[in-house]
Ligand binder design. Structure first.
Ligand code: 8U8
Length: 601
């Protein structure tokens, strides 16, 4: 396929609407695997994952006197979860779900609806006070999760009244707080159509005016309610969302401009079911293709206001479960605080997407790519100095393969010298599960069960950690051309995702990472672990971060990350990890930033 990108022709903003994940239940934050998973979301550069949508957050709240003006509420556990997100630069996608059990059981009763409104105000006020108004108005607040399934126990009318109580409550704290829902599970379910009617023609039970809504959310997944290893139907996901847009336009034109989202856009229902493809590049391909199909069909063709697409893949689990990381260790080991996790390609799909620019570029292909086709391109730029082109090869069939030959020509760069970096996820790149499956090289008797990991597996985990970072097939290298254009030829296997970054020389070293911190973990291979985290250096041309360690026992500071790192974190695994750490950024031209401050473990 020939791809021609005209970098001089911008076609409008390129909004990163997919920066979201989720998990359930909220209390998992106290588990070491989930706590580490949250750290890893935060490690994705450029806020590539920002929102974490978590069920039953309000089960972390205890209290009494909810019927009175000033209930006595213990927020400690909810604070703990929100602090963990915030430490990582993450934001809650805040479902108003769960809660002081036994009191709020029927919102048809006025007293309960008023008390719930008051509770929502107190909640929002608390976090405005704790984190600041700017922060809280950047969150999303949402209804109960999937109120069309059995976890909503009340009537439909009670749901309308609950909606108004939530919306008025959070907006009593600040009218700019964003509230929406209903996050329904089933295609055009009655709960959805009924709330749309309330929002369009109903009356807010408190104000008598139009009910408040900032977004409409639904869940569409690629296969519904079946545990078998079926082919997903990602086209169906987008088409069912298109049906929603058309339904709203036809039946509720007053809501036509309300942004929509699919905040559980998963290839297959059942995060817990084991499908080995979830550990493989195949899943990464589905994620990026589905982003592009949303762009093409809903944003470009239909002009939908598309606010957010979320993969509900922030759980903690094994290779085949719907997670960012593959987890090893038994429940008993977890309870004792031991865990070992490895990044999956699905995690790095988010890293690659985060590297895209913020303006869309004109791109043409021969033969033309079709909507829902196997091959697709997203061409973007960021400012004057960078063009980022993503090309994928992906189909809703996990046992099919093939190779496409890509001729990529980018003109109108605006510069004729720069750097090229070509990142890749495929069977042979950014695919640590292949290491796991080829364990014979370590003379081990086939893949052990995750719960049987011990010191003898140290070399295996070392190798998986070497192969779990985003890998390159070309560069970063400098180029010079006579015109301001660049051509590249490469093979793109299916499944496969390529990201080509073409950057102008900024002419100066990147700034130092502005903050660094560390956290202890305990792995399963008998070694010690320190997770070093930092905030991005303000640069889009980083070849790698370099983590330097000075052992407490004495010795020189030396770089400890063997693979190059574009993520803002590194797990140091060694016999002794005590000492001081600092980090610096090295750019595509080999220039180093100053070191960050040091952190000690
Ligand atoms: C039975 C069923 C049908 C359906 O269409 O959607 C469902 C969604 C169904 C059962 C549970 C369900 O929960 C959501 O999906 C889960 C999953 O594992 O796919 C989780 O991702 C979500 O947390 C949950 O909201």
């Amino acid at each position: 396929m020939k791809i021609q990108v005209d970098a001089a022709k911008t076609e409008g903003p390129f909004v990163h609407f997919w920066r979201s994940t989720g998990y359930t239940p909220a209390r998992w934050v106290r588990r070491v695997d989930m706590r580490q998973q949250i750290d890893y979301f935060g490690m994705i550069p450029f806020d590539g994952v920002t929102y974490v949508r978590i069920h039953y957050m309000l089960n972390l709240v205890r209290g009494s006197g909810f019927h009175g003006e000033s209930p006595d509420i213990d927020w400690t556990h909810l604070d703990e979860l929100l602090d963990a997100l915030r430490e990582n630069g993450l934001k809650p996608f805040f479902e108003l779900m769960g809660g002081p059990v036994g009191y709020f059981d029927n919102f048809e009763i006025d007293e309960q609806a008023h008390a719930w409104r008051r509770f929502c105000r107190l909640l929002a006020e608390r976090y405005i006070e704790r984190y600041g108004r700017e922060e809280v108005i950047s969150w999303y607040f949402e209804t109960w999760n999937e109120p069309d399934l059995s976890w909503w126990k009340q009537s439909d009318l009670a749901f309308h009244r609950y909606w108004d109580a939530c919306a008025n409550g959070v907006k009593d704290a600040d009218p700019k707080i964003r509230f929406g829902g209903p996050g329904t599970a089933r295609y055009m379910s009655e709960r959805l159509t009924s709330i749309l009617k309330h929002l369009d023609t109903g009356k807010d039970i408190f104000t008598g005016g139009k009910p408040k809504v900032d977004f409409i959310s639904v869940h569409e997944k690629g296969s519904q309610g079946r545990p078998e290893d079926l082919y997903p139907d990602m086209k169906g996901v987008v088409e069912r969302e298109a049906d929603l847009v058309n339904y709203i336009r036809k039946h509720h034109p007053s809501l036509a401009d309300v942004p929509i989202m699919n905040n559980e856009c998963d290839p297959q229902v059942g995060w817990k079911e084991v499908h080995s493809w979830r550990g493989k590049p195949y899943y990464a391909g589905l994620i990026v293709r589905t982003v592009n199909d949303h762009l093409r069909r809903l944003v470009n063709d239909m002009g939908a206001k598309y606010e957010l697409l979320g993969n509900d893949n922030g759980f903690a689990g094994v290779w085949g479960q719907r997670t960012h990381l593959a987890r090893f260790g038994s429940d008993t080991l977890l309870e004792d605080g031991y865990v070992e996790q490895i990044k999956k390609p699905a995690h790095h799909a988010m890293t690659l997407l985060a590297m895209l620019g913020d303006e869309r570029l004109a791109a043409s292909t021969t033969p033309e790519t079709s909507l829902y086709g196997d091959l697709g391109v997203m061409a973007t730029r960021r400012g004057e100095g960078q063009v980022a082109v993503m090309v994928y090869h992906s189909r809703d069939a996990f046992d099919e393969s093939g190779t496409a030959t890509i001729d990529l020509a980018i003109k109108g760069l605006g510069f004729n010298r720069g750097s090229v970096a070509h990142y890749r996820i495929d069977q042979h790149h950014t695919n640590p599960m292949a290491v796991w499956l080829n364990q014979r090289e370590h003379e081990l008797p086939g893949p052990p069960r995750p719960e049987h990991i011990g010191p003898k597996h140290a070399p295996l985990f070392k190798e998986m950690r070497l192969r779990q970072e985003l890998e390159l097939i070309d560069g970063p290298r400098t180029f010079e051309s006579t015109a301001d254009e660049l051509s590249l030829n490469f093979d793109l296997p299916m499944p496969g995702v390529s990201l080509v970054l073409v950057s102008q020389d900024p002419g100066q070293a990147p700034p130092a990472p502005p903050r660094i911190w560390a956290r202890r973990y305990f792995g399963l291979t008998g070694e010690a672990q320190a997770l070093i985290r930092w905030i991005d250096s303000d640069s889009r041309v980083i070849k790698t971060y370099e983590v330097f360690f000075t052992p407490a026992a004495g010795g020189e500071a030396r770089r400890i990350n063997e693979p190059d790192l574009v993520c803002r974190g590194f797990l140091h695994v060694a016999d002794d990890v005590r000492g001081t750490y600092k980090v610096r950024a090295v750019d595509h031209w080999g220039r180093s930033s100053d070191f960050s401050q040091s952190v000690e473990i």
